[in-house]
Write a protein that binds this ligand. Structure first.
Ligand SMILES: NC(=O)c1ccc[n+]([C@@H]2O[C@H](COP(=O)([O-])OP(=O)(O)OC[C@H]3O[C@@H](n4cnc5c(N)ncnc54)[C@H](OP(=O)(O)O)[C@@H]3O)[C@@H](O)[C@H]2O)c1
Length: 250
């Protein structure tokens, strides 16, 4: 199946992380030009540029806690590869383990306000900056990476799921706002995914979680990446405002 991604300009934020990295690799394998957003791990992004080839990939600093980093990142991408046609937000998550044990009402405001603001406001701002170019081209794809915990909930994850759930609402409304201009907007929800972050989760917890899925296994970053690439491609002709869960059927 032709995914129609050859020479498309793709921005993957969180590309220095497990899922974003696999998504970037999968887009590059489809012939796309990929901008790799990193926040703290420049070397990881630089290694990925070397792997994918400098003619196909560029690393850009994109930090959700620094509003000033969004516009410069986008202008680097635009100068190098042209306007962003596909925007994938594979942003921040709290550490997978241990799960925060502080009572909800005792989580300091200074912890949750920047987390919520960064995730929601900077993502909105990024959409505002990439959408005009997509409308002009009459084609675009926006994909938010969320978490299946938005549906399931989990103790100690209230601020994380609140931030991610905001992107579900944004996706539904944006699907209406931009659909007539050929821009499709979706959410991909991974379940617990076996990779670096999940590597810190005790083996017993991982196998218990895997045992709760119909497929009998947890997802891997490549499973999530394939779903992200499909909904963000031209092979996705008319799926928009949807939530695609990749969690082994859980
Ligand atoms: N892994 C799972 O089990 C799982 C399950 C459900 C949902 N998800 C979702 O999938 C997405 C990716 O998860 P992952 O497992 O790939 O995470 P990860 O390996 O921990 O990577 C997180 C990514 O977010 C970036 N990041 C951190 N702070 C940032 C900031 N202030 N601004 C912008 N980017 C920042 C990191 O960049 P630097 O490394 O450069 O700081 C890194 O690229 C997250 O949105 C997460 O909620 C993951």
């Amino acid at each position: 199946m032709d995914l129609g991604l050859t020479d498309r300009t793709v921005l993957v934020t969180g590309a220095s992380g497990d899922i974003g990295r696999e998504a970037a690799r999968a887009f590059a394998a489809e012939g796309a030009r990929v901008a790799l957003g990193y926040a703290h791990h420049r070397e990881t992004a630089a290694r990925l540029v070397a792997e994918l080839g400098a003619e196909r990939a560029v690393a850009v600093r994109y930090d959700l806690t620094d509003p000033g980093s969004v516009a410069p990142a986008l202008s680097i991408v635009e100068r190098r590869f042209g306007p962003v046609e596909v925007y994938v937000a594979a942003g921040i998550a709290p550490p997978a383990w241990p799960v925060q044990s502080t009572a909800f009402e005792e989580v300091p405001v200074d912890d949750w306000v920047p987390f919520l603001r960064g995730n929601v406001e900077q993502t909105l701002r990024t959409v505002q900056l990439v959408l005009p170019g997509m409308r002009r081209h009459g084609w675009g794809r926006i994909t938010f990476v969320s978490t299946h915990l938005v549906r399931q909930g989990r103790p100690g994850r209230g601020f994380y799921t609140a931030a991610k759930a905001a992107l579900h609402g944004l996706s539904r409304s944006l699907a209406w706002d931009a659909g007539g201009d050929g821009v499709l907007v979706n959410v991909v929800c991974p379940g617990l995914t076996v990779a670096g972050r999940a590597g810190a989760v005790p083996e017993a917890v991982l196998s218990e979680e895997a045992g709760r899925t119909p497929s009998g296994r947890l997802s891997r970053p490549a499973d999530i990446a394939r779903a992200v690439v499909f909904v963000s491609s031209a092979a996705n002709g008319n799926i928009t405002g949807e939530v695609l869960t990749v969690a082994g059927g859980r």
